[in-house]
Design a protein around this ligand. Structure first.
Ligand SMILES: Cc1cc2nc3c(=O)[nH]c(=O)nc-3n(C[C@H](O)[C@H](O)[C@H](O)COP(=O)(O)OP(=O)(O)OC[C@H]3O[C@@H](n4cnc5c(N)ncnc54)[C@H](O)[C@@H]3O)c2cc1C
Length: 458
């Protein structure tokens, strides 16, 4: 059984004493673990579950410290506004650790195709797959994924979870064998390996003291759950680039989609304060309005289309129109700040970072959490090998291997996402023309689209 340190039955007891009282049922104040994971979001919880299930780590004790309260999952007929587009690589990881069967028993949507277009020209990219082996992505509510992870965590004896864990101090001592984590209510835990999964404001990262490149996009991601005007197949993810950022519609079922609309802070504020009906009208207008006309762009893209037609390839094949939105689910609108973050080092002796603690990207490509799930798969395999060969889990040698494998994958992906953000952030006609010609050529060439899809699936 998983050892959950707190139960809901202590509702009126102050958090600090509640923590102390229950945790001492299992461990004395100073306890050693092989691995401590700080942060139990999507990445930290899945990491605890993945490492806990790794047969090569079966004799290792793992502690997961999460600052937030334990969340009870209750399935509602209304979809949550916090969803993630999970790529096939993430599906494989979740399936391998038994989590996908729980997601499958609750709900998710399969994305079979993608259409990306913009508001400054007619250029667009689309693809569709009817082959189950080539599903583009899966849309899952974050609380459903967490529910699945917690169902599997509950089966593990070697993983302890403490919720409402308030950390007062980290002592990352590269000269000593162990790191120390002190909770505000007293207990000190030591470990060979500390894994920071505490999100983009990571305290673990700050304590490591490495250089980190960070910036705020001065954009907000407005999310909402939408009801379509008419029921339809709804297996396409739609994304239209507007001058302040893209609007993405992610399918939930035949009648509902989830929205992520990246826009300026002022516009986000306006979008949140207007009535549901005004919001829907503006959204429909932004999705289906005609592109802004510019002579150079129009003539340039038309001429290029004629060249492509002459070569018997078309840049406009299968153009479709997004579904019309009928309603916005009540109280489902919210906004989140968007930013970029890249830590030049993910590891030091006895410490490693995963997920947003190490890297943070714009959601325009739906890759943020997928990069973190990729970190988990990589670290799990490296730690399994290290344990099998009798090495110390905190050894810098294999942690460096994790860092270089992940940076080889993450950095090109982050640069590509950043490049797209900047490329679409301008309305300067020569740039609009160049990107439109690129998109036309790309849409006409199937092998290039296949390559893009395979890179985004890892
Ligand atoms: C609008 C929007 C849409 C997105 N859509 C997608 C998408 O479609 N696909 C995709 O791949 N990604 C998407 N992302 C990105 C994705 O949400 C993040 O990459 C992901 O949530 C990061 O997970 P994480 O577990 O690393 O960090 P977090 O989700 O930030 O979790 C960190 C956890 O650590 C805990 N914590 C923090 N500090 C401490 C501490 N000191 N002690 C203990 N616990 C601590 C927090 O309570 C939290 O639970 C989107 C992001 C946004 C903003």
């Amino acid at each position: 059984m998983i050892r959950i340190a707190f139960s809901g039955s202590f509702k009126l007891v102050p958090i600090v004493s509640k923590c102390h009282k229950n945790f001492n049922r299992f461990y004395s104040a100073n306890t050693h673990f092989d691995i401590i994971i700080v942060g139990g979001g999507l990445i930290g919880s899945t990491l605890a579950c993945t490492l806990g299930k790794n047969s090569r780590l079966a004799d290792k004790k793992i502690l997961l410290l999460e600052a937030g309260k334990k969340k009870e999952f209750k399935l509602s007929q209304h979809y949550s506004n916090a969803v993630s587009s999970l790529n096939p690589g993430t599906y494989k990881l979740l399936n391998d650790i038994g989590v996908w069967s729980h997601i499958n028993s609750v709900r998710f949507a399969t994305v079979k195709g993608l259409q990306i277009w913009e508001s400054n020209s007619e250029a667009m990219i689309n693809f569709r797959s009817d082959n189950a082996q080539e599903d583009v992505a899966y849309i899952v509510e974050n609380n459903v994924t967490l529910y699945g992870v917690y169902q599997e965590l509950a089966k593990l004896d070697n993983v302890t979870v403490i919720n409402e864990a308030l950390i007062s101090e980290f002592n990352l001592n590269s000269q000593k064998e162990n790191n120390e984590v002190t909770l505000k209510n007293g207990p000190i835990y030591t470990c060979n390996l500390l894994l920071g999964c505490d999100g983009w404001k990571s305290q673990v990262r700050q304590k490591m003291g490495f250089h980190c490149v960070n910036w705020d996009y001065e954009r907000m991601g407005v999310v909402a759950t939408l009801e379509l005007e008419e029921e339809c197949d709804n297996s396409i993810a739609w994304q239209r680039f507007l001058p302040y950022g893209p609007i993405a519609l992610l399918p939930l079922n035949s009648k509902h989609s989830s929205l992520v609309w990246s826009t300026s802070p002022q516009h986000a504020k306006d979008l949140l304060s207007m009535t549901d009906q005004d919001f829907v009208d503006i959204l429909n207008g932004s999705l289906s309005g005609s592109p802004k006309r510019n002579y150079i762009v129009e003539e340039g893209t038309k001429a290029f289309d004629q060249v492509l037609n002459f070569l018997q390839v078309s840049s406009r094949k299968n153009r479709q129109f997004p579904p019309k939105i009928g309603k916005c689910q009540e109280n489902s609108r919210a906004a989140f700040p968007l930013g970029f973050g890249h830590c030049t080092n993910y590891v030091m002796k006895g410490v490693a970072l995963l997920g947003d603690a190490a890297h943070r990207v714009h959601p325009l490509a739906g890759q943020g959490v997928n990069l973190g799930f990729g970190d988990i798969a990589c670290l799990n395999s490296i730690l399994g090998e290290a344990s099998y060969s009798g090495s110390n889990l905190g050894s810098i040698l294999h942690l460096k291997e994790y860092e270089s494998q992940r940076q080889r994958h993450n950095i090109p992906m982050m640069l590509a996402i950043e490049g797209l953000h900047r490329l679409y952030g301008t309305e300067f006609p020569p740039v609009v023309l160049l990107r439109s010609l690129g998109v036309q050529a790309f849409n006409a060439l199937e092998p290039l689209k296949g390559f893009l899809r395979s890179q985004a699936s890892l």
